[in-house]
Structures are given as structure tokens and as C-alpha cells.
Ligand binder design. Structure first.
Ligand code: AP5
Length: 194
């Protein structure tokens, strides 16, 4: 299965991705994680994206597309993958459609996780107390939400048109949300094998 997780900051993409890749035994490709690692390792790429990420802005499309392209050509992606946080702009989605995927196979499902704005803010503020993420402070969180609305939310209509978009209610316990995701993917699998 080739799966994309879409949804605003704090909606639970990372949490659910970790569970799902274990369940499906496919690689988890999180562009946020890849970029944070590059910053931690002070690589040239990390230096290029650090300022944008700290301000809650997006890294340049060409940088992220290049990163994902390299990752998707690894042999472990041949039987599927889960993209978490990519694509995040229409040009990134177009790059994926235009052959970024290893064997030109289309994406099976785009899972659009949703929760209301107050819950997003409260989850991210709670995480800010536990983790050391430079972009988890109130001002940057609000900026990330605005960037999501402006740059990423148009992907909802884009994937709706491709008939691969599935909305998942992200409210409830982590297990409840995971059960909803599994139910949707069973339906996708049934359709694929029909
Ligand atoms: P990225 O790392 O992708 O961050 P994000 O989209 O802002 O998402 P978060 O990690 O904040 O939230 P999440 O939805 O994964 O939720 P989580 O599971 O952690 O991107 C970071 C930055 O990298 C971007 O701002 C950008 O600068 C750059 N970047 C990345 N990809 C890019 C791209 N493609 N192009 C350009 N730039 C890119 O959960 C949040 C909290 O809620 C956790 O504490 C969790 O424990 C809790 N939680 C989860 N589920 C529940 C639940 N059901 N109930 C209660 N709490 C819950």
C-alpha cells in the first residue's frame, strides 16, 4: 500500500504513522523527521532549512522533493510506503504524480486526519512541555497552522478529484483513531483487489 497522511500540525499524523507502519510493515517516510535530523547533524541541507522550520514556514519544494526522491528509490519502498508530511504543496503533489514514486504506481489512499483548531493547539502546547521541538511555541504553532491552511489544504480537493481521499476523525483515543484508519484501509484494500 502507498499511503499519504494529510492533516494540520498536531492532528496526530506522526502518532498514527508509527502504529500503521508497524501494522503494515512498510517504511515510514516523514519529511519533518528527515529535515530535523539534517538540522541536528548540521548538514548543508540542514543549514538551508533551519530558519524556515524554526519560523514554522515550509522548506523549499525542490529540497524536499529531492529528499523524498532519494528515499523512495530505496529497495524497502518497493512494496509500499507511508508518506507523513509530504506532499505539502501542490507542486510537491505534482512531483509525486509525475514519477517520484519508484514504479509509477499511484497512491492508494490519502488519509486526511481532522480535529478542531482548539484541540490542535492544546495537543501541541502539551507536547511543547515534553519535547524539545524548536517549532512548538504558540506563535510558531499558529504560523504553522496558517501555512497549512494556505499551502497544504488545497491538496484536499486535489486528492478528492483523484478519488483517493479519505477523511478520518482524529478525535478520541489513539486506539480509537487507529481503528478508524484500519477500517478505511480495509475498504481501500477490498476495492483494490475487487
Ligand atoms: P512535521 O514534522 O511534518 O510537523 P507537522 O505537520 O507540523 O506535524 P506535527 O509533528 O506537529 O504533528 P502530527 O500531526 O504529526 O501530530 P503528532 O502525532 O506529533 O513538519 C515540521 C516542519 O518541517 C514543517 O513546519 C516544515 O517547516 C518542515 N516540513 C516537513 N515536511 C515538509 C514538506 N513536505 N515541505 C516543506 N517543508 C516541510 O501529535 C501531536 C501531539 O498530540 C503529540 O504530543 C501526541 O502525543 C498527541 N496526540 C496524538 N494523537 C492524539 C489523540 N488521539 N488524542 C490526544 N493526543 C494525541
Amino acid at each position: 500500500m502507498r499511503i499519504i497522511f494529510l492533516g494540520p500540525p498536531g492532528v496526530g499524523k506522526g502518532t498514527q504513522s508509527h502504529k500503521l507502519v508497524e501494522f503494515l510493515n512498510i517504511p515510514h517516510i516523514s519529511t519533518g523527521e528527515m529535515l530535523r535530523e539534517a538540522i541536528r547533524n548540521k548538514t548543508e541541507l540542514g543549514m538551508k532549512v533551519a530558519t524556515q522550520m524554526e519560523g514554522g514556514r515550509l522548506a523549499a519544494d525542490e529540497i524536499v522533493v529531492q529528499l523524498v526522491r532519494q528515499r523512495l528509490t530505496q529497495p524497502d519502498c518497493r512494496n509500499g510506503y507511508l508518506l507523513d508530511g509530504f506532499p505539502r504543496t501542490l507542486p510537491q503533489a505534482a512531483s509525486l504524480d509525475l514519477g517520484l514514486a519508484v514504479d509509477d504506481e499511484a497512491v492508494d489512499a490519502v488519509l486526511n486526519l481532522t480535529v478542531d483548531q482548539d484541540e490542535l493547539l492544546s495537543r501541541l502546547m502539551a507536547r511543547a512541555q515534553k519535547e524539545d521541538r524548536g517549532d512548538d511555541n504558540e506563535e510558531t504553532i499558529r504560523n504553522r497552522m496558517k501555512v497549512y491552511d494556505d499551502m497544504t489544504s488545497p491538496l484536499i480537493a486535489y486528492y478528492e478529484e483523484q478519488k483517493v481521499l479519505y477523511r478520518i476523525d482524529g478525535i478520541g483515543t489513539i486506539e480509537e483513531v487507529f481503528d478508524r484508519i484500519k477500517a478505511v484501509l480495509e475498504e481501500v484494500d477490498r476495492k483494490k483487489n475487487a
